[in-house]
Design a protein around this ligand. Structure first.
Ligand code: NAD
Length: 480
């Protein structure tokens, strides 16, 4: 296991420098040890990063798309060449099992390759004119300089989700990861340099809310790419004025088990969706809505699956559940479990932090039955390793409970009946519906994002849709 991450600096205009607001020590959720420190930017650093990004972006927008794509491919290759190193560093700072970090790194590399190809194939159209003396056509222009604000649950992947399509389409970026999970992204900046990326196109400023706030407001920032909680997303929106944005915010499941479901498969999916990244995933199994007809069989299968989850050292390849990332998220789990029990939920497994580990963040895999619809486990994103089971009577009831929630990101539905599946695909108020797999199933090429008006943001991550979100449609009208 790497014992330290080192003392790292800000990445501005292709070089490394100390932050004028000092340094912050970082403690690993895995070991409880200080693994290094990060530089914290002051306003002068923010101005320098934005200035560098604007200057570099103007030149990059004039580079032809095949050359931009070649640099993106080189970045993807560079990430793959250093996958083990990046994955170990990410596990040390984030806490997720090493196998998950390896998958994240692979997906990040794939995104640079895929978006390079997407950008090459991004074409406009010719438009018919009512005038015989006019010709019209459209094409895509980069929006400009983006503030990319990311969370701590997928440090490298979320960086790649915006920076890969952004670079491929000619944008420049100032990236703000949380200070305590910035090491992997800062290490990846070495790969950007080695791949020949021009200086200034990607700048990295680790920091917390105030740094993000300053970036959003900065007059040199044209657009905002945000991944994080809905509460923060709303603050950013209030602050961003008319700046373009892609907002990827909180989720609250659900996984829905209909009366004809394969309960063994549903149970496996529910448990997987709650232990992946310790449940700290926007599309985690936050709520499980089960038809009463299959409740007992489903629960028996869930408990058996839960007993197979291995909590422990995330560097151990037997481990499927690592520590939570930070004290705030662990305290939230404590609060949600206590509230559920106080309101009548029945804990079948877990429900507490497990003693005997290097930190107090190793949370037992938790299964709760009879979860009341008004409890925090049901109404809020718990963001921990918990399967909260809510019982309902028939498809109408399941749909009604599912859509009562104010967040609508991704849902899963288990049924053997294509017509019933189709009804849920159409009527669940979410961005994506997965049939017969986990809420945590996704594909690198899948357009992913929230349903309109459902408190979980807008825009899409994945495929050509991110490119469309990070470009402006330019229309030309030529007089003959
Ligand atoms: P968070 O909202 O606390 O922080 C996200 C980022 O915003 C961090 O970099 C933070 O420093 C920054 N920030 C905080 N206050 C800010 C402000 N006022 N202005 C600008 N930036 C500010 O979220 P988190 O706890 O880091 O991440 C977990 C959340 O992210 C969960 O709700 C999860 O569902 C969501 N998430 C969503 C997706 C998605 O694709 N929809 C993916 C991953 C995570």
């Amino acid at each position: 296991m790497p014992e330290t991450a080192g003392d790292v600096q800000l990445f501005i205009n292709g070089g490394y420098r100390d932050g004028s607001a000092g340094r912050q020590d970082v403690v690993s959720p895995v070991t409880g040890q200080v693994i290094g420190s990060v530089g914290i930017p002051g306003q002068d650093d923010i101005d320098a990063a934005v200035g560098a990004a604007r200057a570099a972006g103007q030149a990059w927008a004039r580079v032809n798309v095949f050359e931009r794509a070649a640099v993106c491919h080189a970045i993807g290759d560079g990430i793959t060449a250093r996958r083990e190193e990046l994955a170990r560093l990410q596990t040390l700072e984030q806490g997720k099992p090493l196998l998950e970090s390896l998958a994240d790194v692979d997906e990040a590399a794939t995104l640079f390759h895929l978006h390079a190809e997407d950008a090459v194939r991004l074409t406009g159209e010719t438009i018919s004119s009512t005038s015989s003396a006019k010709r019209m056509f459209t094409f895509y222009r980069p929006v400009g300089t983006w503030a990319i604000i990311t969370p701590w649950n997928f440090p490298l992947l979320m960086f790649a989700e915006f920076v890969a399509p952004g670079l491929a389409t000619g944008n420049s970026h100032v990236v703000k990861p949380p200070a305590h999970t910035a090491f992997t992204v800062l290490r990846a900046t070495q790969i950007l340099r080695d791949a020949g990326l021009p200086d200034g196109l990607v700048n990295v400023l680790p920091g917390e809310g105030p740094t993000g706030h300053a970036l959003v407001q900065h007059p040199g920032i044209d657009a905002i790419g945000f991944i994080g909680s809905s509460a923060t997303g709303a603050k950013i929106q209030a602050n961003a004025g008319l700046k373009r944005s892609i907002m990827e915010c909180s989720g609250n499941g659900p996984l829905v088990v209909l009366s004809d479901a394969d309960v063994a498969a549903a149970a496996k999916a529910a448990v997987y969706g709650a232990y992946l990244c310790s449940g700290q995933v926007c599309c985690a199994t936050e709520r499980v809505l089960v038809d009463r007809a299959v409740h007992d069989a489903f629960l028996e299968a869930v408990v058996a699956e839960a007993d197979a989850v291995r909590l422990g050292d995330p560097f151990d390849e037997e481990t499927t559940l690592g520590p939570l990332n930070n004290e705030a998220v662990a305290a939230k789990m404590d609060r949600h479990v206590a509230d559920g029990e106080a309101r009548g939920a029945k804990l079948l497994r877990g429900g507490r932090r497990q003693p005997g580990h290097p930190t107090d963040l190793y949370y037992e895999f938790t299964v709760a039955d009879k979860v009341p619809a008004d409890s925090l486990l049901a109404t809020e994103e718990s963001f921990g390793p918990v399967v909260p089971v809510i019982t309902a009577d028939g498809d109408d009831d399941l749909l009604q409970i599912a859509n009562r929630d104010r967040l609508g990101l991704q849902a899963a539905v288990f049924t053997r009946d294509i017509s019933r599946a189709y009804r849920f695909i159409e009527e669940l108020a979410v961005g994506q519906v997965v049939v017969n797999d986990s809420t945590c199933w996704w594909d690198v090429n899948m357009p992913f994002g929230g349903a309109g008006g459902r408190g979980t943001g807008w825009g899409r991550i994945g495929g050509k849709h991110t490119l469309l979100g990070m470009t402006d449609l330019r229309t030309a009208a030529i007089s003959l």
